[in-house]
Structures are given as C-alpha cells and as structure tokens.
Design a protein around this ligand. Structure first.
Ligand SMILES: Cc1ncc(COP(=O)(O)O)c(C=O)c1O
Length: 366
C-alpha cells in the first residue's frame, strides 16, 4: 500500500479529479436501463456537446478509456481495405496508425519529428494525393511531447470526401477545440484529464456526415462493444436497446466534472490552463530545465521538459512520488530517460500544484 492516501497526480493522466467528481462516485448504482440512468446519460451528452462545441446528435460517453474512444471511431468509420491518412509526431499518432492497421485499413503516414508540430499543409497535400482516403486523423494535443497540432486549417477537408478525425484526449477542456467551427467529423476524448473525472469513460462525437458514412457501410463494424451505431441505439434512440451493462457510477462522476467545467466557462477554463502552464514552464526554465516543444506549439496542460545535465530523471521521479506523493510522467520514445511529462489538467491546473511541485523539486535537487 502506498503511504500517500492523497496523491497529487501531475503526470500525463489520470489527473486528480474535481472534488465534486469524487463525491459523485458515492451515488447509488443505477441499472443500465433505469430511466434515471438514461436521463443522466442524456444530460452527459448535452454537457459533452457544450464542451466539444457541437450540435452533433451522436455525442455520448463510451465505456472505456481514451483508447476505447479511438478504437470506436476507427472501427465504426473504417472498413477493411479503406485508406486512412494519419499525422504522426508522437506516440499517440503512432497508436492511431497501429489501431487503423489492425482494423485492416491502409495507413498513409504524414510525419513531423517528435516534438515538432505537424504542418497542416502537409496533411492537406497528402489528402490531395490520396483523395480516396476515408479519413484523416490527427492528435490535437500530443501528450507524448507536449505539442499542439493545428486542427482549424484542416476544416478544408469538409470540401472533400475525406472525414476529419481528431484525438482530443488531452485537448478537451484544456485548450481551444471547436468541433463544429473546425468541421471536425469525429472526435474522442477521455474522462481523466482536463475533464476532471476518474478514468473509465471516453466522450465521442460524430458529425452527421460521419454518421452517414457509418450507416452506409457494407461490412459490419468488427467490434460489437465499440460499434457507435449500437451505442447510439442504446443511449440516444427512443428504443434504448440494451447493449452492455454501463457504469452509472462513472457517468455521475463525469457529469459532475463537466458541470464544474461548464460553470467556470469553457474559455475561462482554457485561460486558466494557459496561465498555469506558462507559469510552470517559466519556472522550469529558471531552474535549467529545457522544453521539448517550441513556444508556438507548446501545450499548457502537458509540459514535456528535459532535465538539466547531471540530473537523472527516473530516480528523481521515483523520489517525488515516494517522499511527496507527487506523480509526474517519464519521457516516451526518444525522450525516455531524458524528459518528464508534467500535467496541469482540470482540478490540478491551479497555483497550488505548481507551488507544491516546485517546492518538492527544489527540496530534492538542492
Ligand atoms: C493523445 C492521447 N490519445 C490517446 C490516449 C489513450 O488514452 P487512454 O490511456 O485513456 O486509453 C492518450 C492517453 O494518454 C493520449 O494522451
């Protein structure tokens, strides 16, 4: 058992949930077809529409973590043999390629070095070259390197037959994301990051044109569990056809996290993440830590930072957790052993997190 009953989760996720989201976990468990549960899920969908910035009817919380959202979108929209263009500048772009390939798609990679942003012009060029591509996928906030990829210019895909799929696992609720304004056709996220709830639910939204593509499939969605058509029938269609035994406990918690976010206001939340992320990044710079992403494309909610020469990342990270109950993440890929990933998301995007982390670091380092 850990000595820390109350860990401060400053890694890439999960983040410490909002107190309201933790309190909600103690509500009574509801049956998965109880009208109260279905009404709760309808409200969760309403709140998600507000946070995604969309009027999409097919907006719901899939049971599972962010990866379930990714798999639900790819499995529901792609048929074997179809082409998917994927932007890759970090670990989660790679995962998109892996999941699409496992589903039988032909993947066209558009790359940027890890730590640099993807160039939207490269992605649009790739679509012109592969105009038969069913979808183009990009990670809005690449958690592995702390880089923001520009999604707005990709709205040009609306004039083509290629759908725009956006991974917003770390982006949603932390930085600007506008599903309808940016003509995003499919978008997924996760409950445990900037939405301020525990892991276990993956918000997903599909545009009417994505729903049309899904309905026009000539092969069944390979995954029964993650078939967004079936999930739509369960949660949103009047039939509320049984699909699986969904967790009302997690739904109550996400509902509370979203409520907190919407009470504060979406733009105010983005501003809060920006202010606190910048504060941490400035303080790290003063201590000789480097930043993986350049300023123009740096995320505030997830900072990938390079440790100064002479500091070993793993022992220091372990000590932070052991002595202070503070979790930060290690680097991935080429940054393994050299970098930390520090999340300031949702409830933890506040001064107290930065002050506590810096004090503990100073204590350990000096
Ligand atoms: C950008 C991104 N996509 C996908 C995932 C996968 O989400 P999960 O670990 O919740 O399954 C993550 C997790 O950190 C992520 O950061």
């Amino acid at each position: 058992m850990s000595a820390h009953a109350d860990p401060l989760l400053l890694g890439p996720g999960p983040s410490t949930p909002y107190p309201e989201a933790m309190e909600a976990l103690a509500r009574p468990v509801l049956g998965h077809l109880d009208p109260d549960y279905l009404a709760l899920m309808a409200e969760v969908s309403d709140r998600l529409r507000a946070v995604f910035g969309t009027a999409n009817e097919l907006t719901l919380a899939v049971s599972g973590t962010g990866s379930a959202g990714m798999e639900a979108c790819l499995a529901s929209l792609l048929q074997p043999g179809e082409k998917a263009i994927v932007g890759v500048n970090g670990y989660f772009g790679e995962r998109l390629c892996e999941v699409a390939t496992r589903g039988g798609a032909e993947v066209v990679r558009v790359e940027a070095p890890w730590g640099r942003a993807l160039d939207p012009a490269d992605l649009l060029d790739a679509q012109r070259e592969h105009s038969d591509a069913r979808l183009l996928a990009v990670v809005a906030a690449e958690t592995s390197v702390g880089v923001r990829n520009d999604v707005a210019p990709l709205s040009a895909l609306a004039d083509t037959d290629t759908l725009l799929l956006v991974d917003a696992v770390t982006a949603l609720g932390g930085t600007e994301l506008r599903v309808d304004d940016w003509k995003v056709d499919a978008c997924y996220s996760a409950s445990q990051k900037c939405l301020g709830a525990p892991p276990g639910l993956a918000p997903v939204t599909l545009s009417p044109r994505a729903v049309e593509v899904m309905r026009a499939r000539t092969t069944p969605v390979r995954s029964f569990y993650l078939d967004l058509g079936l999930l739509h029938e369960y949660y949103l269609a009047p039939s509320h056809r049984y699909h699986h035994t969904a967790s009302s406990t997690l739904a109550y918690s996400l509902h509370a996290g979203l409520g907190r976010l919407l009470d504060e206001g979406l733009e105010a939340t983005w501003d809060r993440h920006l202010a606190i992320g910048t504060k941490l990044q400035d303080a790290l710079g003063k201590r000789g830590f480097g930043l993986v992403a350049d300023a123009a494309n740096r995320l505030p909610q997830l900072t990938a930072t390079l440790l100064p020469d002479g500091l070993e990342e793993a022992p220091l990270r372990v000590e932070l957790l052991k002595r202070y109950g503070i979790e930060v993440g290690g680097g991935l890929g080429q940054f393994a052993g050299k970098a930390w990933r520090i999340g300031l998301m949702g409830h933890n995007a506040r001064d107290r997190s930065v002050a506590t982390l810096l004090a503990a670091m100073d204590d350990l380092i000096t």
